[in-house]
Design a protein around this ligand. Structure first.
Ligand code: KIV
Ligand code: NA
Length: 265
């Protein structure tokens, strides 16, 4: 099985094959995700929540992200590895973002992810033009939880929806390859997806009409002790092994069975 490249992701998008993304933080799970067909492993700063027990992702550092990226990169060879840039590691300037992205790429990331809309377009372009593929992230952006006033659905108002659409277009024009949309009404996410010409949309709580889906591993296997958000599904409820749970997630995304209306807004 050939490694997943940007070119392959573009082909999947063009051919209407769903991109299956899942978070992973260590070598053993990276191997498990790989053998069950996950296309993209996200080393998410959700590791602050699910590994470290933090209330938010804000305390996650570059050193944490480098360490977990190295662990994941040793465990797999086919999935594309995307690593989150943590809070405070990219917002100052494009130069700061490039300096920190370079550390993540050296650790084994093949793309970096950063949160924010049109305000981040200049930084996205700076990275892309210097050889760093970028995944954007809009809608509910957990690093801005204190600004947003909680973990809630975004883009419900007409103004919010218009901003979200404009953000996606700005990030596409800046050269982002992927964009995560988190906690966005399904109809709006579908509109954004249809409005783009090259960037692939990855939904989490954004309905079934995105080019792909992502979940947090610990939600999927039902081991996160906190309240499970509406968009998450515990795939262990219908599985007898971790391999089976991940394989079912992959198949359900590929065949359009997940997410259902009960996981959407
Ligand atoms: O950190 C993370 O796991 C994420 C996903 C929820 C998209 O950013
Ligand atoms: Na994240």
């Amino acid at each position: 099985n050939k490694p997943i490249t940007l070119f392959e992701l573009g082909k999947m998008r063009a051919e209407g094959r769903k991109i299956v993304m899942l978070t992973g933080y260590d070598a053993s799970f990276a191997a498990l995700l790989e053998r069950n067909g996950v296309d993209v492993i996200l080393v998410g700063d959700s590791l602050g929540n699910v590994l470290q027990g933090q209330k938010t992702t804000l305390p996650v550092t570059m050193d944490h992200m480098v360490y977990h990226t190295e662990c994941v990169a040793r465990g797999c060879s086919r999935p594309l590895i995307v690593t989150d840039m943590p809070f405070g590691s990219y917002a100052e300037s494009p130069a700061q973002a490039m300096r920190n992205a370079a550390r993540l790429m050296a650790a084994g990331a093949q793309m970096v992810k950063l949160e924010g809309g049109a305000v981040m377009a200049e930084t996205v372009r700076f990275l892309v033009e210097r050889g760093v593929p970028v995944c954007a992230h809009i809608g509910l952006t957990p690093q801005s939880v204190h600004q947003l006033g909680g973990y809630r659905v975004q883009g419900r108002s007409d103004a919010g929806a218009a901003t979200l659409k404009a953000d996606a277009l700005a990030l596409e024009q800046a050269g982002a390859s992927l964009i995560v949309m988190e906690m966005v009404p399904a109809g709006l996410a579908a509109e954004v997806t249809a409005s783009l010409s090259s960037m692939a949309t990855i939904g989490i709580g954004a309905g079934a009409d995105c080019h792909g889906q992502v979940l947090v591993l610990h939600d999927l296997i039902g081991v996160f002790p906190g309240k499970r958000p509406r968009f998450a599904k515990n795939f262990m409820e219908a599985a007898t092994s971790l391999d089976e749970a991940v394989a079912r997630y992959v198949a359900d995304v590929q065949e359009g069975r997940f997410p259902g209306p009960e996981h959407s807004y």
